[in-house]
Design a protein around this ligand. Structure first.
Ligand SMILES: [Zn+2]
Length: 309
């Protein structure tokens, strides 16, 4: 009887931990993002903690850089450039997120393109020093253009400069939790930080479950997901828990390259509205799917929203 129980337990364990789902982790607003500003010491701490956790969990992440954040008093600060060097030394990839996080929807195209070129100077050189080249572009705010002609012109520009757009499927409000977490840390209030971290992990699990369902509803299967999170103190300190949550749902961590090999990503982006939305919904809109299938996205708890301000 006991042996049977063990065998049954083993069988469930084997089936439930066999990874069948895949997710690429993409991290925006490097070197770091905080509502409290661009303090060097905090940035160093966040970077070290985040990179250690990514390494520990075997996550082949890519970080998207805003090079304006490398400046101190208008000058490129080698101590901030060193933070990006740490990403590359640890074997991670870097991409371009424009120089100063400009909005495609309120910036003239020429200026937006100049922001891409201004935003690659340091990153390109660092990548070269590591035998790599800059390959991916992530739109700030996920604003990907208000018209077909503008998007087409910009994508031609990206191609000419060797870039591929880095889409995301798992969109979320991690930055709202991160802001609340930073403000609690500044008071300092460790109990509040713990409560925010707990709420964040629950929220992210609900969000992940939602996008698994959305993927089935829109694509007919679970695609290789691409997660967007930010380079915040919250993600640095909760990454082990976030990674455990994904593993428990049967995920393994893959590179952005591998994720984008999924043919789902060849789907047309049919959205030209004002919002920054997941590519899953862009594909659904391209197919003329009814808006009702988007229902059920988990909300940020009101108390977290309040604490973020
Ligand atoms: Zn961003």
């Amino acid at each position: 009887m006991f042996r049977l129980y063990i065998a049954a337990l083993l069988a469930t364990t084997l089936t439930s931990t066999a990874p069948s789902r895949e997710v690429a982790v993409t991290i925006d607003d490097l070197p770091t993002a905080s509502v409290l500003g661009n303090d060097l010491q905090a940035a160093q701490q966040t970077t070290a903690t985040l990179l250690a956790a990514l390494t520990r969990n075997g996550i082949p992440a890519i970080g998207f850089v805003n090079e304006s954040k490398l400046r101190t008093d208008g000058q490129t600060d080698p101590r901030r450039v060193a933070l990006l060097g740490q990403w590359l030394d640890a074997g991670f990839e870097l991409g371009n997120h424009t120089f100063s996080h400009v909005d495609f929807h309120s910036t003239p195209l020429d200026e937006y393109e100049r922001e891409v070129l201004d935003g690659e100077e340091v990153t390109k050189r660092l990548l070269q020093e590591h035998g790599k080249r800059i390959r991916y572009f992530r739109h700030p705010l996920l604003h990907a253009g208000r018209s077909a002609s503008e998007r087409q012109r910009f994508e031609g520009f990206l191609k000419q400069h060797g870039y591929t757009v880095a889409p995301i499927t798992i969109d979320n409000y991690d930055y709202v939790f991160a802001a609340a977490y930073d403000r609690a840390g500044a008071r300092p209030d460790a109990a509040a930080q713990k409560a925010i971290a707990d709420a964040y992990i629950s929220y992210m699990e609900a969000v992940t479950a939602y996008y698994e369902q959305q993927s089935i509803a829109i694509v007919g299967r679970e695609v290789r997901q691409t997660l967007l999170i930010h380079a915040s103190a919250l993600n640095a300190s909760t990454l082990d828990r976030l990674a455990s949550m994904f593993r428990a749902r049967g995920y393994r961590f893959i590179s952005l390259d591998r994720a984008l090999e999924d043919p789902a990503y060849r789907h047309r982006d049919g959205y030209y509205g004002p919002a920054g939305i997941t590519w899953l919904h862009r594909w659904a809109i391209a197919d003329g799917k009814p808006g009702t299938i988007f229902k059920g996205e988990p909300d940020v708890p009101a108390w977290v929203e309040q604490a973020s301000r």
